[in-house]
Design a protein around this ligand. Sequence first.
Ligand code: HPA
Ligand code: ZN
Length: 326
Amino acid sequence: ADLSRFIAGLPKAELHLHIEGSLEPELMFALAGRNGLTIPFTSADAVRAAYQFSNLQDFLDIYYQGAAVLVTERDFHDLTVAYFDRAAADGVKHAEIMFDPQTHTARGIAFDTVMRGLLSGMADAKARHGITSCLIMSFLRHLSEEDAFATLEQSRPWLSHITAVGLDSSEVGNPPSRFARVFAAARELGLKLCAHAGEEGPPDYVREALDLLAIDRLDHGNRSLEDPVLTARLAGAGMTLTVCPLSNLKLRVVHAMADHPIDRMLREGLRATVNSDDPAYFGGYVADNYVAVAEARGLGRQELATLARNSFLGSFLPDEAVAAHL
Ligand code: HPA
Ligand code: ZN
């Protein structure tokens, strides 16, 4: 209880959160009803019981199915507000939220509908909780480069509201190299660059994300530790890793929380942060992730404070805003 209170009281930024992954079963049911959609479950508990996955792809199949209840601007608004209400209780002061436009545009939902709903939810969060936030538009790497370029094109009217692009979905077989050109185009447009790499994929994918995408931030990055040269390079570059302990456990990136490398990452000089990834699916919001990994690895207050401090240092906030949080 003492540890939980300390963790909830630590001001923190959340840097790795898929807004579609914050869709709780109760809201999924409510939205399905509101939109006249049927989902293959009889209750929120039945939805939860179906959340059994042992790898990334099994999770993604269920996650994309769940996102299909998101139809109207109000749906995206309500989803976003629900996340921020929960994040506020966890001591989140700033959140950099990923969204997957292709998951929605492929179902005929307008890009503008998604953006309006997310942005109004973010404005509400600022008004209600004082939490600042920004958006990371993530490309689905199981789709083509052409599809990513079309998405970047659709985002043009909204670029002043988008801070970065990301790269998510099925990692193995979809290396960063496939998206080098679209990332270069995003960079030209003034966007920051993130990519998931080294979650299930090998250290080579992390190297590609650095060398071919020129990322500003690395999502997950766990498997970098298999390569000492790469690890030293990430540490030397001051690269931020957005680590997600409960996600890592559920998707078997680690076999037990007791094996989680978060403290090893800090010892290797990596700027590691703790995040929730898809909290509605992985069993916990950001403070739950801090608590789970702190208990399993015996982290002390100093290490926890370092992780929280890293979350602001690794954010895309301007330097003055970062300094104001430290
Ligand atoms: N990895 C890849 N794609 C994702 C994830 C993840 O952890 N969460 C949502 N989309
Ligand atoms: Zn993720």
